[in-house]
Write a protein that binds this ligand. Structure first.
Ligand SMILES: NC(=O)c1ccc[n+]([C@@H]2O[C@H](COP(=O)([O-])OP(=O)(O)OC[C@H]3O[C@@H](n4cnc5c(N)ncnc54)[C@H](OP(=O)(O)O)[C@@H]3O)[C@@H](O)[C@H]2O)c1
Length: 328
């Protein structure tokens, strides 16, 4: 079983983690647009988390806002009695109304960090968090400096072991990383969306590179082809401005074409497409920890199966680069 250390924290995790956004179920923004992944079966989610642990996966990423608390509750239920066997990351910075499952805004004040963490620990059924991540990727540098100090205080109190930022901005992360217990950056990273600036920063400062969207929200499994329709409560059915993988008409045609172009290399040696996409991330750096989302046991089993194959070879990564750079 391949392992990774979460940057300078020394916290060891499996090289693959699982992302718990989808298992939060349905929630919406103030205008009623979906922010979840449609309906989920909580019992299946619990079985899936437990199956992941059985297969050696020890790292789970969630956020207070996923399902406005529901994801944390489901994860907490799944790992109850096994807390020391897993490494749990969560996030704060968004505000929400649990009664209506609605996102209400953001709060990046230092005072709110403790309020958010207290609620998170209660939902997870634990008295400490391994990794706490700022969820507002565009928070101001001034706010981040105060939040960094607030996080250091939480580390001193033993409430969190380490912290990081979910951001795609290397300069913001560099500022956060001045805190001695800042150990990770969570960033968008997959075969079709390289992230060289953040990766270089991780190498320079010994930070874990936690990879969100490793399967391009499901596109990199190959199952969503032209014209595919997503359910009404699924964020991919009504894509917000930032989402590039799906359009109002279904999967984005240019993304699907690029995936087809690299399918053969990714699936070489018997890997499935999803396993190949994970293997590409491992090949990019020894600091990467992909955290694919999941909604059932079968997806967990397939994605955890990537561990047996390990990273792609450097020449395969180079071949993919060459193919993608020749694409329109
Ligand atoms: N701002 C942030 O901090 C942020 C933003 C995004 C994500 N994240 C984190 O990153 C995690 C992963 O990213 P993501 O959720 O954007 O998407 P992703 O990992 O790229 O895609 C996950 C989705 O793909 C489908 N899938 C997964 N494995 C599969 C398999 N083997 N076969 C077929 N389909 C499969 C599932 O959805 P369907 O079955 O419904 O297709 C699953 O929910 C999240 O759960 C969350 O923890 C954080």
């Amino acid at each position: 079983m391949a392992k990774r250390v979460l940057g300078r924290s020394g916290v060891e995790v499996s090289a693959l983690g699982f992302g718990c956004w989808a298992i939060g179920g349905e929630w919406r923004d103030g205008e009623g647009n979906p922010l979840g992944w449609g309906k989920v079966d909580d019992e299946e989610s619990v079985r899936a988390v437990r199956r992941a642990v059985e297969l050696g996966v020890t790292f789970f990423d969630t956020a207070d806002v996923y399902g406005t608390g529901h994801s944390e509750r489901v994860l907490g239920k799944a790992v109850a009695g096994h807390r020391e066997e897993v490494v749990i990351a969560s996030k704060w910075g968004n505000t929400y109304d649990e009664a209506t499952s609605t996102l209400t805004g953001t709060n990046t004040t230092p005072e709110y960090v403790r309020t958010a963490l207290t609620a998170t620990l209660k939902r997870l059924g634990t008295d400490y968090l391994d990794l706490y991540q700022l969820h507002d990727g565009g928070a101001s540098p001034e706010a981040a400096e105060h939040l960094r100090e607030a996080c250091e205080e939480l580390v001193r109190e033993g409430l969190i072991r380490a912290y990081g930022w979910s951001t795609d901005d290397a300069e913001r992360q560099r500022l956060f990383a001045q805190g001695p217990h800042c150990t990770a950056v969570q960033h968008q990273f997959n075969v079709l969306e390289d992230s060289p600036d953040i990766l270089a920063l991780c190498e320079e400062l010994n930070l874990a590179s936690i990879n969100r969207g490793p399967l391009a929200m499901g596109l990199l499994t190959g199952k969503y082809q032209k014209g595919a329709r997503l359910s009404d409560g699924d964020i991919r059915s009504t894509p917000p401005g930032w989402m590039r993988y799906f359009t109002q008409d279904g999967p984005a045609a240019d993304w699907v074409a690029r995936i087809e172009a690299v399918r053969e290399v990714l699936t070489s040696g018997g890997r499935t497409l999803a396993q190949g996409a994970i293997a590409w991330l491992w090949a990019r750096s020894e600091l990467t920890v992909p955290i694919p989302g999941f909604r059932n046991v079968a997806q967990v089993e397939e994605n955890a199966g990537a561990l047996a194959y390990g990273p792609l070879r450097p020449e395969q990564v180079a071949e993919i680069d060459a193919i993608l750079s020749a694409q329109p």
